[in-house]
Design a protein around this ligand. Structure first.
Ligand SMILES: [Cu+2]
Length: 455
């Protein structure tokens, strides 16, 4: 991909060679070929100037050390999405650290204790900074190689571009985006390109690591020319692989690991299909070449090895908390508290704020839950709005308590549709302040954030 091989890619290595200390991760302004080649380059903000940002790939148990260098015109911070991490490394500006000012640095240093597909992204003014391109993948490999022929990382995003100039729309505060479904783009890309083509061979088995880095778009996806299994959600392996039957959703912040077997024959093209209003578009194309050896189809894959200490015990007796989500356009929110003051919805609109959790708009000094490390907690999430919200808990994976009382798969981001009430359970992990927010980033910045305090 030419977009990741610009001149700027040489710079971090040059700096790294001349200094001791941790490897650098530099956020900076950069021009990349995001739109098709007959369009101008797009100015983005990227980690090491790349789109997607530099891939960080380590083995389970490895230490990750990166000196974040802020070469942006704006303060920033880096969140390591889905990792069980020391709270001081979680990267939430204003909660776990101060935003890193332009020209300054911050040393991130943590151990990647869980294998899986994770990602990192800006967590200051994230609605703007993630939309400008500040994200990358963080892959933590299992200790033993996984039985696939190869793997591909597919980071899905939608960009809001001017159709003539291919430059980003820089209206990041529009009341419409904030009060409706969030900022949605008009140019849909995989790994920073709309023409992603990945040649495959007949009957190959691939691991696809899918990451939704979009601000607000829920991708509805399907497979064409593949048999597939879901192996993991949000980095965490399923106990048994789930056969892909029909389309599936990937909400902002969520990841999926799929194993896919090429069933298309030589000369055909398999696809990861994006479904939009019943029409299918190619999100990524996989032209099929003949295999050198006689092709063989494989058995259902074995599950990926589980990550350590992920059970959620004592759900029946766990303390219960409630999170009532209200607001937005066409909602029923009459009034809510903003900065300690009760305001009518009209006053909230004037303040460009639209959403409340339990009657409160945005973060306050009071956590949603005060928990002891090791304690199991349940949170019932009621979406009393007409929009879906992708609720992301930092630092801990949770399991959904399903209608039959069974526990669902481990996740760190749960998509809750309008009118739904869903309940999650999790074990309070590392001590610290863990933000719990909607990953539709326009919603985060207009009210949808709270936190849990673990001591
Ligand atoms: Cu939301």
């Amino acid at each position: 991909m030419s977009a990741t091989l610009g001149l700027g890619a040489l710079l971090p290595g040059a700096i790294r060679a001349s200094t001791s200390g941790p490897q650098l991760l530099t956020a900076r302004v950069s021009d990349v070929q995001l739109a098709p080649p007959d369009y101008p380059k797009t100015q983005i903000w990227g980690y090491d100037g790349k789109m997607p940002g530099t891939l960080i790939r380590v083995k389970q148990g490895d230490r990750v050390e990166r000196r974040f260098v802020n070469d942006l015109p704006q303060a920033s911070s880096v969140h390591w999405h889905g990792l069980r991490i020391n709270n001081a490394m979680d990267g939430v500006a204003g909660l776990t650290q101060d935003a890193v000012q332009p020209g300054e640095t911050f040393d991130y240093d943590f151990t990647a204790q869980d294998a899986g597909t994770y990602w990192y992204h800006a967590h200051n003014r994230s609605m703007e900074q993630v939309a400008r391109g500040l994200y990358g993948a963080l892959i933590v490999e299992e200790p033993e190689p996984v039985d696939v022929d190869r793997e591909e990382l597919l980071i899905l995003d939608d960009w809001l571009l001017n159709p003539e100039t291919a430059q980003l729309d820089t209206e990041f505060e529009t009341p419409h985006d904030r009060s409706h479904a969030g900022r949605r783009g008009n140019y849909i890309a995989t790994n920073g390109s709309s023409g992603t083509e990945l040649p495959v061979k007949v009957s190959e088995r691939l691991r696809l690591r899918l990451i939704n880095a979009a601000n607000a778009r829920i991708f509805e996806l399907d497979l064409s020319g593949f048999d597939g299994w879901v192996m993991a959600y949000d980095g965490m392996p399923l106990d048994e692989p789930e056969k892909v039957e029909g389309s599936f959703l990937l909400a902002p912040g969520q990841r999926m690991d799929l194993f896919v077997d090429v069933t298309a024959v030589a000369g055909e093209v398999a696809h990861l299909v994006r479904i939009d209003d019943d029409e299918g578009f190619s999100q990524a194309a996989f032209p099929v070449a003949p295999a050198e050896n006689s092709a063989r189809m494989r058995e259902t894959p074995n599950p990926l090895p589980p990550n350590p200490n992920m059970s959620v015990p004592g759900v029946q007796t766990a303390r219960r908390f409630e999170l009532n989500m209200e607001g937005g356009a066409m909602g029923r929110l009459q009034s809510a508290s903003l900065n300690g003051k009760e305001m009518s919805f009209r006053e909230l609109v004037a303040a460009n704020q639209f959403w409340s959790f339990n009657g409160v708009v945005g973060m306050t000094d009071t956590p949603l839950a005060q928990l002891s490390s090791g304690e199991t907690a349940r949170v019932s999430i009621s979406n009393d709005t007409v929009f879906p919200h992708a609720m992301h808990l930092h630092g801990m994976h949770f399991r959904e308590i399903l209608d039959d009382g069974e526990l669902g798969p481990l996740r760190d981001t749960l998509l809750v549709f309008g009118g739904e009430t869903r309940e999650i359970a999790f074990v309070a992990g590392e001590p610290g302040k863990w933000i719990f927010h909607c990953h539709m980033l326009a919603h985060t910045s207009s009210g949808m954030a709270t936190w849990v305090n673990v001591t």
